[in-house]
Design a protein around this ligand. Structure first.
Ligand code: FES
Ligand code: FE2
Length: 463
């Protein structure tokens, strides 16, 4: 992952085209996601000589390998009468780079999508060369098959995979599964103070003492060694925003005036597990290869350092399938400096990290993504920018704005009239390339009126 807008495409062309200060329409309308990105779909070992089908952004796609082992993707609809190519046997002309429709034998070149034969009509058929179905660019990285969903030339795939995941020494575990829900509602699940509520019953939280978080959270745009995105702005216990008094460390038992006390954990569990807690919490907030913060990146990738175990980095993609489904593509990156350590990391991942983290803990999030999806459907809306929000929702607002500005080829930053100084994100982006790349200031440049945001503080806490 690298820059947001390449080659100074963020333009300052005078005053025309300026927009309201907070405008998340691009995101609100992105029911099927942002097209101009590479998305992870299958593990490499799931794609072979037999065709496999998937739906991404409402488009049916068939994946298959050529005899030389190169993964390819075509539209899954035969141009003749729409039969799914994925229900066929794949290649019927041995050794050729083709896929054949199981109904009437129309046969397509796996690279170009051009119909190259109609088997029952023999070599004299008039169809070959005249019909073409869509072919999609495909790449393989880190044992994952990626697809480019945009119409034009694809961006370099390296721009769409977090830098740390691309490291040669990263051991990558990939766990994709289709879930009910719109992709955006899972991307917005990632902050908002849900951890103390929905995860308190997860087995891994038995080893911690969840408590109410410090307010206010301070989300901001961050550019680090891994990529560019929105940091959810949790303030670690015991730390304060610059210029603000240090808040008291919340007690395990929180007093709510006039109501009583609340604690997410029963007392016996907290006392029993206190020694474990101290060891575990040391890892949270500590750096893994230079990153320590949770961050949401485009096109909808959430990063969590030290999850599912210390010194791992976890990513999850929300790949839109259709309006009501998404591919929940979980990635855990592990590192070990020698074979013994790498073996140990693998054992620990399968014995603890995967079952308690990627399965039990993350499944709790899925329940609530379903709830939000049902809410939007009950009310017949495809976005919910006008529901009631609290300070914990600042992350969602920042993410919606960030995506609306920088979604590749679709965001405001790609419009001719875009004025970087009008962005509500100004002041939150100390080192983002699009500001550095902007052309020299013009006469009608206005001074930014956005209040300068405090310097970022290290984020802490965990889901
Ligand atoms: S539907 Fe595919 S060949 Fe007829
Ligand atoms: Fe969660």
């Amino acid at each position: 992952m690298a820059t947001l807008v390449r080659n100074g495409a963020a333009r300052r062309n005078g005053s025309e085209g300026s927009r309201p200060r907070y405008d998340s329409r691009v995101y609100d309308e992105a029911v099927l996601g942002f097209k101009n990105y590479w998305y992870p779909v299958f593990s490499s070992k799931s794609v072979g000589r037999k065709p496999v089908g998937a739906t991404i952004m409402g488009e049916g796609i068939v994946f298959m390998r050529t005899p030389k082992g190169v993964a390819r993707a075509l539209s899954n609809e035969c141009a003749h009468r729409g039969t799914l190519l994925s229900i066929g046997e794949g290649c019927l002309i041995k050794g050729s780079d083709t896929i054949t429709c199981p109904y009437h034998g129309w046969t397509y070149d796996l690279h170009s999508g051009v119909c190259v034969a109609v088997l029952p009509e023999g070599p004299k058929s008039e169809v070959p060369g005249k019909i073409r179905i869509r072919s999609y660019p495909v790449e393989e990285r880190k044992g994952i098959v990626w697809i480019w969903m945009g119409k034009g030339d694809p961006a370099p795939i390296e721009e769409d995979i977090p830098n740390l995941m691309q490291r040669d020494d990263a051991i990558v575990k990939f766990r994709p599964r289709v879930q009910y829900g719109n992709w955006r509602w899972h991307s917005e699940n990632t902050a908002g103070g849900h951890a103390q509520m929905i995860h308190k019953s997860s087995f891994r939280v038995w080893f911690t003492r969840p408590r109410p978080m410090n307010l206010p959270s301070q989300p901001h745009v961050t550019h680090d060694v891994d990529g560019v995105g929105v940091d959810n702005g949790f303030i670690p216990r015991g730390q304060a925003l610059p210029g603000e008094p240090k808040p008291p460390t919340p007690s395990m038992y929180t007093e709510y005036p006039g109501l009583g006390t609340w604690s997410p954990q029963p007392k016996w569990r907290q006392i029993l597990l206190w020694p474990w807690l101290r060891r575990f919490r040391k890892s949270l907030g500590s750096e893994v290869h230079g990153v320590s913060k949770m961050m949401m990146m485009l096109p909808g990738v959430f990063r969590v350092p030290n999850f599912p175990s210390a010194s791992n980095i976890y990513y999850e993609w929300y790949v839109p399938v259709d309006e009501d489904h998404y591919l929940y593509a979980q990635v855990a990156c592990l590192w070990g400096s020698n074979p013994i350590q790498r073996l140990w990391k693998n054992v620990w991942y399968y014995a603890w990290g995967k079952p308690t983290g990627l399965i039990q803990f993350n499944n709790q999030d899925l329940t609530f993504t379903r709830q939000t999806t049902n809410y939007t459907k009950r009310h017949g809306i495809t976005s919910y920018p006008h529901t009631k929000l609290s300070r914990n929702d600042d992350f969602h607002r920042t993410w919606r704005q960030f995506a609306s500005e920088f979604a590749r080829g679709e965001g405001y930053a790609y419009e001719d009239g875009y004025r970087a100084e009008d962005s509500p994100l100004v002041g939150m982006v100390p080192n983002i390339p699009w500001l550095e790349d902007a052309p020299a200031e013009t006469e009608d440049k206005k001074e930014p009126t956005e209040q300068k945001q405090p310097e970022p503080v290290p984020a802490g806490g965990s889901e």
